[in-house]
Design a protein around this ligand. Sequence first.
Ligand code: NAP
Length: 303
Amino acid sequence: MYDIIIIGGGTAGLSAAIYGARAGKEVLVLEQKNYGGQIINSPEIENYPGIKRISGFEFATGLYEQAIGLGACYEREKVVKIEDKNTVKLVVTEKKEYEARAVILATGAKNRPLGLERENRLIGAGLSYCATCDGAFFRGREVAVVGGGNTALEDALFLSGYCKKVWLIHRRDTFRGEGTKLQMLQEKENVELILNTVVKELRGDTKLEGIVLENTATGEVSEKEVSGLFVAIGQMPDNGAFADLVTIDEMGYIRASEDCRTKTAGIFTAGDCRTKTVRQLATAAADGAVAGLAACEYISGIL
Ligand code: NAP
């Protein structure tokens, strides 16, 4: 029997693990992939208070090592169901079942697909959602990045160091991402911005050969021959497995306010998977602290 099971090993989940373990609780983190969540792919973080500059990998590894060093356990398993047995929660994974007094849902969000035909088939064959993971495969080649947020700007900057040419395609004429990143991109000779444009079609059956673009202002259709397409159009939550225990909003996020409590006693939520206005590293870590301490307080109340 664990005190707290945390589902998700990203910034929110590992922060909750640090707070739970430091409070002397038996903590288990269940994560279906590697630890770190979304931030592990960020080449550089410059907006986490107190740390001037750090890579996402270094940041996530620091969090993981801190949580484990404080006594938290970590298993790489996918959770498929949670059953509420009042003061005990049964957490069912693809491999095993675990019991805990409290559960923190810190499932983050997964990459949003473009929703195009052949998109799934071309993943790993020219199409990628992670420039830092796959960028090096496109050294000296021509690639495109889709999106207008910080991830897309960072991906384009990162790829400009490897690739012969990078087209950054955004559906509007202004970017959601930071001005400083955009300015750095505009200074790169091998980067070109394509605005008011969407990717309409993917060319190639077994590997990506090109993309068909449509200008949203003029309706003009054009084609670019690229060997890589990096999709960076944000994330979406994946909370369907917990829909009977928490309230999920129309976008798929778990409804909870700043106290990180859900409608089920003993089930908390933290980070990007919950309803919130600002989804940043600092707010994910803050949520982890709040949910971790709230779970400890809840456990004291039921023992
Ligand atoms: P995001 O900020 O939500 O941006 C998603 C972008 O994709 C937007 O520009 C959006 O266009 C576009 N988009 C969405 N759906 C689309 C579709 N179907 N077709 C074409 N374009 C589409 O996502 P993100 O860049 O992944 O960032 C997520 C959060 O993490 C943000 O808060 C970001 O600041 C943060 N982040 C921080 C860092 C850092 O500080 N180092 C790095 C990466 C991310 P519109 O603008 O038109 O809506």
